[in-house]
Design a protein around this ligand. Structure first.
Ligand SMILES: Cc1cc2nc3c(=O)[nH]c(=O)nc-3n(C[C@H](O)[C@H](O)[C@H](O)COP(=O)(O)OP(=O)(O)OC[C@H]3O[C@@H](n4cnc5c(N)ncnc54)[C@H](O)[C@@H]3O)c2cc1C
Length: 437
C-alpha cells in the first residue's frame, strides 16, 4: 500500500468524504478513500434528515436505488413546558409530489454503505478498518497520511473529511482540540414501531414522513434541542445539548431522553415502541468563529471537520456533501496545473464563498452566542409562551380583552420591555439574517 501514490487521499467515508471522492474519480483521478469503521456508517450518527439537492448534485437520480426511509411532507417546531406545548408546523404533500422530494429520512448505516459503493463504482479505492493517525510532510508540505498500523500512503493532496473531531486538521495545526462550548453532545434512540401505527399517529400517507424539532423545559435550562423523525418502521428520537452545559449540570444525556419519553406530548407518539438502537456523537456547533482555515499546502478540510453545521436549521449533512463536492472540484482543477500549494487550493474557499455553505455559516455566525447569553430564551420563554397560548384559548367567562391584558402584563413583569425588544432582535437570527441589497 505504501508504494502507491494517489492523486488524492480522502480521509473519512461520511457524506463529505464520499462526495469529494466521487467528484474526483469521475474526473479520472486516482483516489483512495480511507475509513476507520469496519464499514462506512459503522461509526456515524445522524437524526437523520437528508437533503436531496446536494446529494443530487453528486448523484443525479439517486432516489432510484438509494435506501431512503420516508419523503418528508411535514416539518414541525414545538416549544414545550413539562406539561404543555405550542406546536407550529408546515405540511405540504407538494414536497413529495415529484422525485426527488425536498428531503428524506434515512438510516445512516444503510445510506453510507450505498453511497460509498457508488464511490467504488466510480473507481475510488475504498479501504475500511484503517484509522489515519497523522500526516506525512515533505519540505513543510502535506504529501500523505500515516495510519495507526504504521503504513504511509502518499498523494498529491489530502482531503480531511474525518468528522467532528478531526485529527487531521489538528495535526496540520489548523485548530486546537474543541473547547466544550464549541461542541454539543447528541444522543439518539431508534424506536421500532409498525408502519401503520406511525402513519396513523403522525397523520401520514404511505411513504410520507414528518419531522418534529423541540425546545423547552426538558433540557433543564441547557442550550439544546430534541428531535423526533419518522422512518418506515421506526422513529428516530434524540436530543443534543452544549457539552459545557452537560459538564456544569452533571445531567446525563440518556436520563434526559428517558425522562422526555414520559412527556405528555411525546408518550402517545412513541407508546408501544421498542428501543432497538442507542448511539451518541459530538456535534461541532462552534459556528463561524470556530471554523478553521479550510485549506493549506496539500490539504483541504470539509464537513464536520471544518465545523460546517447550521444548528438553527438542522443542516450538516448537506453542507458536508456540498463542501466535499467543491473540495473535489478544486483538486480536479489543481491537477490540471500540477500545483497543490495553498494559493492554488484557495479556489476551494472561493467556491464555498459562492455557495450556500459559507453564506449560511456567516449569517448564523452568532446564534449560539446569542442564545448562550440570553439564557431566558431557553428557560423563561417556553413557559411564558405556553401560558400566553393557554390564556388566549381559555374560555372562562371573562372578556377577551382581560385575557390579552393578562398576557401582556405577564411578559412585561417577567422580562421587561427593553429585554423583550432585545430578545426579539436576537431571535431573528434563529430564523435567518436578512440582508437587503
Ligand atoms: C444526533 C445527531 C443528529 C443529527 N441530525 C442531522 C440531520 O437530521 N440532518 C443533517 O443534515 N445533519 C444532522 N446531523 C449532523 C450530520 O450528522 C453531520 O453534519 C454529517 O454527518 C457530517 O458529515 P461528514 O462527512 O463531515 O462527517 P461524518 O459523517 O462524521 O463522517 C466522518 C467519517 O470519518 C471517519 N473517520 C473519523 N476519523 C477518522 C480517521 N482518523 N481515520 C479514518 N476515518 C476516520 C468516521 O468514521 C466517519 O465515517 C446530526 C448529528 C448528530 C450527532
Amino acid at each position: 500500500m505504501s508504494d502507491d501514490k494517489f492523486d488524492s487521499i480522502v480521509v473519512g467515508a461520511g457524506p463529505a468524504g464520499v462526495s469529494a471522492a466521487i467528484t474526483m474519480a469521475r474526473a479520472g483521478l486516482n483516489v483512495a478513500l480511507l475509513e476507520r469503521g469496519e464499514y462506512p456508517g459503522a461509526k456515524n450518527v445522524q437524526g437523520a434528515v437528508l437533503y436531496s439537492k446536494m446529494l443530487q448534485d453528486v448523484m443525479p437520480e439517486f432516489w432510484k436505488d438509494c435506501p431512503l426511509e420516508r419523503a418528508i411532507v411535514e416539518e414541525n417546531i414545538w416549544i414545550l413546558t413539562d406539561t404543555s406545548g405550542i406546536k407550529a408546523g408546515y405540511k405540504s404533500p407538494e414536497y413529495a409530489q415529484s422525485e426527488p422530494a425536498n428531503c428524506y429520512t434515512i438510516i445512516r448505516v444503510a445510506f453510507d454503505k450505498w453511497f460509498s459503493k457508488k464511490a467504488e463504482e466510480a473507481g475510488v479505492t475504498l479501504v475500511t478498518g484503517v484509522t489515519v493517525s497523522d500526516l506525512v510532510k515533505k519540505d513543510g508540505r502535506i504529501v500523505g497520511v500515516k495510519t495507526t498500523d504504521g503504513d504511509e500512503l502518499l498523494a498529491s493532496v489530502v482531503i480531511a473529511c474525518d468528522g467532528a473531531n478531526s485529527i487531521l486538521a489538528q495535526k496540520a495545526g489548523l485548530h486546537h482540540e474543541w473547547r466544550p462550548d464549541e461542541i454539543a453532545l447528541g444522543v439518539k434512540e431508534i424506536l421500532a414501531l409498525p408502519r401503520e401505527k406511525i402513519e396513523d399517529r403522525f397523520g401520514l400517507e404511505k411513504n410520507q414522513g414528518s419531522t418534529i424539532e423541540m425546545v423547552g423545559d426538558f433540557t433543564k435550562g441547557m442550550m439544546g434541542y430534541a428531535f423526533l423523525y419518522t422512518n418506515q418502521e421506526s422513529l428516530a428520537f434524540g436530543l443534543g445539548c452544549a457539552l459545557d452545559d452537560f459538564q456544569k449540570t452533571n445531567a446525563k444525556p440518556y436520563d434526559l431522553l428517558e425522562e422526555f419519553k414520559r412527556h405528555p406530548l411525546i408518550r402517545p407518539l412513541i407508546e408501544g415502541s421498542k428501543s432497538v438502537e442507542y448511539s451518541a456523537h459530538i456535534i461541532p456547533e462552534g459556528a463561524w468563529p470556530s471554523m478553521p482555515p479550510l485549506y493549506t499546502d496539500g490539504l483541504l478540510i470539509a464537513g464536520d471537520a471544518a465545523q460546517m453545521i447550521n444548528p438553527s436549521h438542522r443542516e450538516g449533512s448537506n453542507m458536508a456533501m456540498k463542501a466535499g463536492q467543491l473540495a473535489g472540484e478544486t483538486v480536479v482543477e489543481a491537477k490540471k496545473t500540477g500545483h497543490y500549494d495553498a494559493k492554488t487550493l484557495s479556489l476551494y474557499r472561493k467556491k464555498l464563498d459562492d455557495s450556500f455553505v459559507l453564506k449560511d455559516m456567516y449569517d448564523h455566525k452568532d446564534v449560539e452566542v446569542k442564545v448562550r447569553h440570553n439564557r431566558e430564551l431557553m428557560t423563561l420563554y417556553p413557559g411564558l409562551l405556553n401560558k400566553a397560548a393557554h390564556d388566549y384559548f381559555l374560555v372562562d367567562g371573562a372578556p377577551k380583552r382581560d385575557h390579552m391584558r393578562r398576557i401582556v402584563q405577564r411578559f412585561r413583569r417577567e422580562r421587561g420591555v427593553v429585554n423583550l425588544v432585545k430578545d426579539a432582535w436576537a431571535l431573528r437570527k434563529l430564523v435567518g439574517e436578512f440582508s437587503i441589497g
